[in-house]
Write a protein that binds this ligand. Structure first.
Ligand SMILES: *Cc1c(COP(=O)(O)O)cnc(C)c1O
Length: 327
């Protein structure tokens, strides 16, 4: 098997902790993998994918990284941080308007000096891909190689970040003398799920990989994730047949839309924070963990005993929800 190279910058292996009170409450062993600890400036899941994308970018002679996302994109912020660290420039294409007093991830992006093109939401939705390509050709005219990283770094190359995380989990299982039968993650652009799925597939391991989509629909992500995994397999020059039906995505917890929070979801985040001293974010992990919690209460994962939830980060984005919490 031909695994591509990476630039190792993430603070890994990230710890695995048991959530004692929730385990008792839900009658399962619930563990959490702290991928929110992968760094400070590049905290969260994106850095694992960026380790592979950045290696490819540098190999291709890039000096500018172009990527995109929402105003509070964790991915955009992690990209700027790691690009600065590696001596590259970042050009972000963000969905929304420039803000006078930015918060959260946008504040960090401005502090770190990312060049930002702001596109109105409607324009972003239809044009972000062509806009990034246009930027790339403008750089090319100036003899600058710019490398485009897609939304969330969720493509064939980025997904190796979570293939690698799967190997990390296996080593931790040995060290901790525990076997996780179920891995759970939020699904936003699919690369995190895709990498865990790829690890499971190539390992012929019988772990259940459960995703909770935080936007769009399970069907959309099943097809997106199989595309990503096929692309990874083709980079590896390796064949491993699988069916889309093996991809388990549970809907119903995306709420009123991407990056939009409802009071019940914010209440849930508060409950977990009080119970375990654990902060989830309103955009991804809060929705996914609420999904896991609710499904466990319904008895959905009856044969799961040892469940590992991947905390994919997002704390910096939480601060932009300050006016929406009630105390
Ligand atoms: C991007 C993101 C996710 C989703 O991961 P994907 O690989 O894009 O599906 C989950 N949690 C956080 C905090 C994220 O920033």
């Amino acid at each position: 098997m031909n695994i591509p190279s990476r630039i190792a910058v993430a603070n890994t292996p990230t710890p695995i902790q048991k959530l004692d009170k929730l385990s008792q409450l839900l009658n399962k062993n619930i563990y959490i993998k702290r991928d929110d600890f992968t760094g400070n400036e590049w905290s969260g899941n994106k850095i694992r994918k960026l380790e592979y994308a950045m290696h490819e970018a540098i190999q291709q002679g890039a000096s500018v990284i172009i990527t995109c996302g929402g105003l509070q994109s964790n991915h955009a912020r992690a990209t700027t941080a790691v690009a600065n660290h590696l001596g590259l420039k970042t050009h972000l294409v963000l969905r929304g308007n420039k803000q006078d007093h930015p918060q959260g991830n946008l504040l960090l992006n401005e502090i770190m000096g990312a060049q930002i093109s702001y596109l109105e939401p409607e324009r972003f939705n239809t044009e972000y891909l062509s806009f990034m390509e246009k930027l790339q050709s403008e750089y090319k005219q100036k003899d600058i190689t710019a490398y485009i990283i897609p939304m969330g770094a969720s493509n064939g190359i980025g997904t190796f970040g979570y293939y690698n995380c799967f190997q990390e989990i296996k080593m931790q299982e040995e060290a901790l003398s525990i076997q996780f039968d179920t891995l759970v993650t939020a699904v936003g652009s699919g690369g995190t799920y895709g990498g865990l799925f790829l690890g499971n597939l190539l390992d012929h391991s019988a772990k259940k990989i459960i995703g909770f989509n935080i936007s769009s629909t399970p069907d959309y992500f099943k097809s997106e994730i199989s595309k990503i995994v096929r692309e990874s397999l083709s980079i590896m020059n390796y064949e491993a047949p699988f069916s889309e039906d093996e991809i388990h995505i549970i809907g119903d917890y995306e709420g009123i839309g991407y990056a939009l929070a409802q009071p019940s979801e914010l209440e849930f985040i508060k409950r977990i924070a009080v119970l375990e001293g654990l902060i989830l974010d309103p955009v991804y992990t809060g929705k996914a963990f609420r999904g896991l919690y609710t499904e466990l209460q319904k008895g959905t994962f009856e044969d799961s005993q040892n469940i590992l939830f991947i905390h994919t980060g997002g704390l910096t984005g939480l601060y932009s929800f300050n006016t929406q919490f009630n105390f």
